[in-house]
Design a protein around this ligand. Structure first.
Ligand SMILES: *C/C=C(C)/C=C/C=C(C)/C=C/C1=C(C)CCCC1(C)C
Length: 241
């Protein structure tokens, strides 16, 4: 145990070459700052947009709390805090699905769309957890099931019901929806890559092995804060229109 910080009151140091520890630390601060920003901006929005921005703040706030735990875990054990990652994802990814529903509500999005997206995301994450932690011998099978659920989300927002609603809404909502679609397609694809780096399967010759916490941490910052800012910008624009 070389690189301690604060663990339940214990004080120790963070090595200057510990990039994983560093990005966990910066992650805490970035998620906290983003949460403060979203929460403090709430009063400027009318009721229609307030919930969306509130959810943006909840996503980064939940992540901030998990980052505090993950930072400590990494400092104490020098291992990936996989459990905390998945708890974080299980709470924040469905909330990102809620954001799609909330911005599409003006075009008549139904609750069935919301539940469909939430269920896909839960299947994606629970099967991913099984492959990464519970039944690692079958990581490639669990990963494939998880990947299917991921594609279902991608399909839904790019080509399915959600995309039709976005087109019907048009204007700022359509523009924001498009950007969020790219977040899901490109930003989220980093996570399955990390999964392949950390588990054993047919893909091991293609994807390098290694600690990918730095990559996850950067991806989280982009996907959670960036995603939230798209919603925030949409709310600001729609308000002055
Ligand atoms: C803020 C956290 C986010 C946006 C996390 C997203 C996580 C994923 C899109 C994870 C996807 C996975 C697969 C598609 C297959 C392998 C297992 C997972 C869970 C890593």
């Amino acid at each position: 145990m070389t690189n301690f910080m604060f663990i339940s009151g214990m004080v120790s140091k963070l090595s200057p070459t510990d990039y994983v520890g560093f990005t966990f630390f910066v992650g805490c601060m970035a998620m906290m700052a983003a949460s403060a920003f979203f929460f403090l901006s709430l009063s400027q929005f009318d009721k229609k947009w307030r919930t969306s921005v509130l959810v943006s703040g909840l996503i980064t706030f939940i992540a901030a709390v998990h980052y505090f735990y993950m930072r400590d875990y990494w400092a104490a054990f020098g291992e990936s805090p996989t459990f905390f990652r998945y708890v974080d994802w299980v709470l924040t990814v469905p909330l990102m699905c809620v954001e799609f529903y909330l911005i599409l509500k003006i075009a008549g999005a139904k609750q069935s769309l919301l539940w469909k997206m939430i269920i896909y995301s839960l299947i994606m994450l629970v099967t991913g957890y099984f492959g990464e932690v519970v039944d690692t011998a079958n990581a490639s099978i669990w990963g494939a099931v998880s990947g299917l659920a991921y594609f279902a989300i991608v399909y839904e927002i790019w080509l399915g019901e959600a995309s039709k609603l976005a087109k019907a809404a048009g204007g700022n909502v359509l523009a924001a929806h498009k950007i969020l679609c790219w977040f899901v397609l490109v930003g989220w694809s980093i996570y399955p890559l990390g999964y392949m780096m950390g588990t054993t399967g047919w893909y091991n010759g293609i994807v390098p092995a290694g600690n990918i916490d730095v990559v996850y941490n950067i991806a989280d910052a982009i996907n959670k804060i960036g995603f939230g800012l798209v919603i925030y910008t949409l709310a600001v624009k729609s308000q002055t229109n």
